[in-house]
Write a protein that binds this ligand. Structure first.
Ligand code: SF4
Ligand code: SF4
Length: 193
């Protein structure tokens, strides 16, 4: 199953690389930018989590200990939290870098692009609000992409929405092409129990 999943990831990465490349004028992602890893629940299916763990066991002992310490602290914070949804910084984020980059989850790979959502409004990366991806053409008041700002920016590239919503990528419809079946995603911290 993990072999099929690694094939799935190679396919997905190739697609995503092309999508990021096509949106270059709007993209600010670079090594060391990690705002998208700092405040979420991070959904993981079992296969994604098992793959992530392969990355974890390949790390040096010092890094593994740092991660374990963070996980234990987060579990404690979650226990004392009154919030219905407990969002947090990802414990695998070490020195502002993903310590398990090649093994990161599906949702981590799609951060930064605009995603089509069936029956709902497409998602614009949250970091458009903080001067990062798509911020040049993002109308903060209307919370949408602005054709006026696009014209003023002089950028000749069209901002595109891609079919990369997490729910779609882990759906049976998509996964069957790789002989995969994803289970229901759970927040990362729950997987780490
Ligand atoms: S998606 Fe946004 S926050 Fe995340 S790396 Fe890219 S620019 Fe930075
Ligand atoms: S696994 Fe890596 S990329 Fe994904 S949220 Fe954690 S630190 Fe960020």
């Amino acid at each position: 199953m993990l072999y099929n999943y690694s094939k799935f990831l190679s396919f997905l990465d190739e697609k995503l690389n092309g999508f990021f490349e096509s949106q270059k004028p709007f993209i600010c992602c670079k090594e060391g930018c990690c705002k998208c890893c700092e405040n979420a629940e991070f959904p993981f299916t079992k296969i994604e989590f098992d793959y992530l763990m392969l990355g974890y066991v390949s790390l040096d002992e010092k890094t593994r200990l740092q991660i374990t310490k963070k996980i234990n602290e987060l579990k404690e914070q979650k226990k004392n939290s009154k919030e219905k949804i407990f969002t947090h910084s990802c414990p695998f984020l070490i020195n502002e870098r993903c310590s398990v980059y090649n093994y990161r989850g599906i949702v981590c790979r799609t951060f930064g692009l605009m995603a089509f959502r069936k029956g709902a409004k497409s998602t614009i990366p949250f970091c458009a609000n903080i001067g990062l991806n798509y911020s040049k053409i993002f109308d903060k008041d209307k919370k949408t992409i602005s054709s006026k700002l696009l014209a003023e920016s002089g950028i000749k590239t069209d901002p595109l929405v891609f079919n990369i919503d997490y729910a779609f990528l882990i759906s049976d419809e998509y996964a069957k092409n790789f002989n995969l079946k994803f289970d229901v995603p759970k927040p990362l911290l729950e997987r780490l129990n």
